[in-house]
Design a binder for this molecule. Structure first.
Ligand SMILES: Cc1cc2nc3c(=O)[nH]c(=O)nc-3n(C[C@H](O)[C@H](O)[C@H](O)COP(=O)(O)OP(=O)(O)OC[C@H]3O[C@@H](n4cnc5c(N)ncnc54)[C@H](O)[C@@H]3O)c2cc1C
Length: 415
């Protein structure tokens, strides 16, 4: 908490409880936002409007410092607000990546001007941010990326391609990692840029996934010019920025970020709820289903409690930031357990029953098609296991013959 004169959590909670009914739309459990029709443009407009309401009411950016437009309050204040807001529609689309990844990274390593301008604008509901990290040549070996930025006087010229960028079509800016010195080893010649998504030369295409969702985009950078103030952190010091960004991403995906406000599925990716499903299909009394539901609930409980413990230990310095990989791993295990169980309950009706409301079997098949997202988003499950074994358990590091070799001397498959 960076506001020593902060009000108590109890008083903050009471104010939130009094404010919410008159200001935020109530959630209708029978028709959650994820099941409502509406174009992507309308959905994003709605998210921005909801964020503007939170800001006007004094409940936006709860854990961001006051000097950058937030409230400077603690995680406990945020948790209290999220609990109170459970029955209301919240701008959850802005949680990941805008607040919990991009703004959190800018807060750690951005310039004073970047923090004041972009964190403040996001909190006021005026700006959406995206991440331009992964490339068509692969996302796990992030430091091996091929997009390059060359200096031309006071500007940088970016050329290359990015992919799997969540919500980039709706974003105003993207954090883009590019190679600025290929004569240095791969981790040491990278720079992070904050790129306006409407910059000339930047083409953003939507990618339609097998489950029908279109949250992902691919970007082509053809001579995109940004000025020196777009550099986040140091020139050639982009790996330090990316490391921080990946930490925030793992924390956010794993449920450990203090910058997430409100809970709920994002509109484009509804999740099947196995408990609602078991009740709706009349299978809740079957012993086998009850056992599996019990196991799922135990995993959910353990995962939540581990989440709080690990987040607190990282914040307090008892665990290194790599411990966020444990949150990320638990998230994938839990999400995939839920998807697998939902499919088992729905059985043969998974693809054909009614939907898409929660508890209906029709959405289960669709939801299952997105099962692998949990073990890839925020870095893959395998990469999380690598980090845990190497950085936390002290096991031998993976062989990396290119680690100290100038990047332009490393043999590239995709160059
Ligand atoms: C929901 C979701 C949201 C995403 N959002 C964004 C975003 O906003 N911006 C963005 O830039 N990217 C985003 N991504 C992309 C994501 O970061 C990548 O999918 C991820 O890093 C893996 O990269 P890849 O898909 O290229 O797989 P690859 O890197 O090609 O890996 C393929 C497989 O090989 C395994 N593998 C690779 N290297 C190793 C290794 N050294 N040891 C063990 N196993 C290995 C991987 O675990 C994986 O199973 C998102 C992905 C998803 C699913």
């Amino acid at each position: 908490m960076n506001n020593p004169a902060a009000e108590s959590v109890a008083s903050f909670r009471a104010r939130a409880r009094a404010w919410l009914p008159d200001n935020m739309p109530r959630l209708d459990p029978a028709a959650p936002p994820s099941s409502r029709p509406g174009s992507d443009g309308e959905v994003w407009l709605r998210a921005r409007e909801l964020q503007q309401k939170l800001y006007a009411g004094g409940f936006a950016g709860i854990c961001f410092p006051r000097e950058y437009g937030g409230l400077g309050l603690s995680r406990t204040h945020q948790d209290a607000f999220t609990e109170e807001a459970a029955g209301y529609e919240m701008p959850v689309l802005l949680n990941i990546p805008t607040f919990s990844i991009c703004c959190a990274t800018l807060l750690d390593v951005g310039s004073e001007e970047q923090k004041r301008r972009h964190i403040g604008a996001a909190i006021r509901g005026e700006e959406v941010l995206a991440q331009f990290l992964s490339e068509p040549s692969g996302g796990s070996d992030l430091a091996g990326l091929l997009t390059r930025a060359e200096q031309d006087g006071d500007t940088w010229v970016i050329n290359g391609a990015k992919t799997w960028s969540t919500w980039a079509y709706a974003a105003d800016y993207g954090l883009c990692l590019a190679r600025t010195d290929s004569g240095k080893p791969k981790h040491r010649g990278l720079t992070m840029f904050l790129v306006p998504t409407r910059a000339p030369g930047l083409t953003i295409n939507r990618v339609r996934l097998v489950d029908g969702s279109t949250e992902f985009c691919e970007e082509f950078f053809d001579g995109v010019r940004v000025d020196a103030s777009a550099v986040v952190g140091e020139v050639d010091g982009g790996w330090a920025v990316a490391t921080r960004q990946l930490f925030h991403e793992r924390s956010a995906v794993g449920g450990g970020s203090p910058y997430v406000s409100g809970r709920g599925a994002t509109p484009s990716r509804p999740k099947a709820d196995p408990i609602a499903l078991a009740q709706a299909t009349g299978r809740a009394a079957e012993p086998e289903i009850r056992t599996l539901l019990g196991e799922m609930l135990a995993l959910t409980t353990v995962s939540r409690q581990m989440g709080s413990r690990i987040s607190a230990a990282i914040a307090g310095g008892q665990l290194p930031s790599h411990a966020a990989s444990m949150l990320r791993l638990l998230h994938a295990e839990r999400a995939q357990t839920e998807d697998d169980l939902a499919l088992r309950i729905a059985g043969a009706t998974a693809g054909i029953g009614p939907g898409p409301e929660p508890g209906r079997t029709g959405m289960v098949g669709i939801s299952y098609l997105g099962r692998q997202a949990a073990s890839l988003g925020g870095g893959s499950t395998e990469m999380s296991r690598n980090l845990i074994s190497e950085r936390m358990l002290g096991m031998p590091r993976e062989l990396a013959p290119d680690r100290d070799v100038p990047f332009n001397q490393v043999k590239q498959r995709h160059r």
